[in-house]
Design a protein around this ligand. Sequence first.
Ligand code: ATP
Ligand code: MG
Length: 229
Amino acid sequence: MSFGEFAVLQDISLSVGAGEIVGVLGPNGAGKTTYMNILTGALRPTTGTVHLLGEDVTKLDTAQRCHRGLAQTHQIPKPFSGMTVFENVLVAVNHGRSAPAHDPISVAWTVLEDTGLAHVANRPAETLGLLDRKRLELSRALGTNPKVLLLDEIGGGLTDAEGDALVDLIRSIHASGVTIVWVEHIMRLLLEGCSRLVCMAEGEVLADGDPHTVVNSQQVQVAYFGASA
Ligand SMILES: Nc1ncnc2c1ncn2[C@@H]1O[C@H](COP(=O)(O)OP(=O)(O)OP(=O)(O)O)[C@@H](O)[C@H]1O
Ligand SMILES: [Mg+2]
């Protein structure tokens, strides 16, 4: 991916199997969000292809990829302001699925129960605190009934206890059969939540594999933790 003369991603390739939960870490500006945006279709890659569930979706837009089972949470939560928490999820249920849900209202309600937001269902979305805004991002993604979920720095700014609650929720989503790719700076959350870790730096994959092995590798210690080479 290049922006004008500036190549942000170079020859990057990542393959995620059904049922995996993969963490992605890398320094600021490594290209993580750009990569996620290419996967969802928010950005078109300069060259290269994106495959989802075995199908080449490079030419499909974000809505079409969403209907095929790909959902995303954003680094900066983007609820529809002026709508309640419940209405935000209902929009996802009604518009993010390939086939309409039989009973959208009970589907949206079940999502909010699963994510712990049922008690604030009628609050305006913009009045939520940080953890609940992140839960709402997840709820809106889950409302679309995803097979693959991309999380972009959902753990930032939380207390340790809130981070633990978030890991529990993400693990339960994964246990329900959703494949997850999780970009995060908070190492502890990735080590607790993921079975595979990828480290990106300067638009390339530096290391990929068992989380503790990746974290302890010399390349990652230098590129991400600032150890001397
Ligand atoms: N639309 C754009 N036009 C030009 N450059 C861009 C654009 N979007 C991103 N970049 C640049 O691409 C690089 C990668 O940005 P990106 O946001 O993907 O990094 P990141 O790994 O998500 O960083 P962070 O950890 O801070 O979220 C940065 O140098 C950024 O300034
Ligand atoms: Mg980013």
